[in-house]
Design a protein around this ligand. Structure first.
Ligand SMILES: *Cc1c(COP(=O)(O)O)cnc(C)c1O
Length: 338
């Protein structure tokens, strides 16, 4: 890894040395297994392949100036994966098992954790799948939980760059009483058509509206949406949004900075009154949004001056990034040093 240009690494798959796996059989989780194979061997009638019994998480390990490796709010990822498991009738991964396997996957691949100072990190992908055989529609009796990792570069290679987003009305990411609030693969399959079409039309991401009334904002693709107006941090509340840990943390930081936080339905008409808007999630922390274009009406909302992110988004981004890398005090006990 000596000659790696950490600042230029893409956000993508990167082969490392080990991954860890654990199998749920006969009503219980077995021993943790370490593997150096990149493939898994599963039955062709496994429920994950037919009926979408699959949930995942996305988190990162960060190396501080002190050389130590840090995890950020891993308990929240563990709890969210349990909610995902409950939502699609899979076996829950106990919090301790989740922790042990994440730590093991990071430690075994420690040489792949990028050095401090490039904005790079080790991406961690926990994955829970139904492996039991079923042809009739019902939950599997057997599951596999695995964790693999890989180094990723900073999301924005040339600094913190605002993006263009397309508002779509002819596709929904999730139904109001569906699975939008849990991190399951099926939600992503359902969002691919709209997001690939948006890319062809020149937009790196889409903004989905709440499916029932099409009046309120739901999510910005695989990220939560937030807006800044005066001294307020505003973020949508909806049953079909995936509760982002990054958003939860930004709400706390905004409050710590003396801002007022509003989590409530956010109507599309409000877009013209916001000073800054952005998308947030583990991959980028914040993707500042420069413009939003409604695909149907052509209406455009503009936010950035000279192609730059707004001052509040920038401050929030720097603060959260600083906490994750250990450069800022961890006043809420969010960081676990390995
Ligand atoms: C994972 C995810 C997010 C971001 O969540 P973080 O915990 O902040 O990484 C937002 N929306 C969707 C749909 C997601 O799957």
């Amino acid at each position: 890894m000596q000659n790696t240009d950490w600042g230029k690494l893409p956000f993508g798959y990167f082969k490392t040395e080990y991954n860890v796996r654990c199998y749920y059989r006969d009503g219980q989780w077995g021993e943790i297994e370490v593997s150096s194979s990149e493939t898994i061997n599963i039955h062709m009638a496994a429920t994950c392949l037919h009926y979408g019994q699959e949930a995942f998480e996305g988190m990162k390990a960060y190396r501080g100036k002190d050389g130590k490796v840090r995890l950020f709010r891993w308990e929240e990822n563990a709890k969210r994966m349990q909610r995902s498991a409950d939502g699609i009738m899979m076996a829950r991964v106990p919090e301790e098992l989740f922790h042990e396997m994440v730590v093991k996957a990071v430690r075994l691949n420690e040489k792949f954790v990028p050095p401090h100072g490039h904005g790079a990190s080790l991406y961690i992908r926990p994955l829970l799948i139904g492996t039991g055989v079923q042809v009739g529609v019902s939950p599997a009796k057997e599951y596999m939980f695995m964790v693999f990792v890989g180094p990723v570069g900073p999301y924005f290679k040339e600094g913190f760059n605002p993006v263009r987003i397309q508002i779509v009305r002819d596709f929904d990411r999730a139904a109001p009483q569906g699975t939008g609030h849990i991190k399951v693969g099926g939600n992503y399959a359902g969002s691919l058509y709209a997001s690939e079409r948006a890319k062809r039309e020149g937009f790196p991401a889409v903004l989905f509206l709440e499916a029932k009334e099409k009046k309120y904002i739901d999510e910005a693709g695989p990220a939560n949406f937030f807006a800044i107006k005066g001294n307020k941090y505003i973020t949508p509340k909806s049953d079909s949004i995936l509760p982002s840990i990054t958003n939860m943390s930004l709400m706390q930081i905004a409050q710590d900075m003396g801002m007022e936080v509003e989590r409530r339905p956010v109507a599309v008409e409000e877009l013209s009154g916001f000073e800054e808007v952005g998308a947030c999630g583990t991959a980028a922390i914040i993707s500042p949004i420069c413009s939003l274009v409604d695909r149907e009406t052509g209406q455009t909302y503009e936010y950035c001056k000279d192609g730059k992110a707004g001052p509040v988004s920038t401050r929030l981004f720097k603060k959260l990034q600083g906490i994750q890398y250990g450069d800022e005090p961890d006043t809420h006990n969010w960081v676990t040093i390995l």
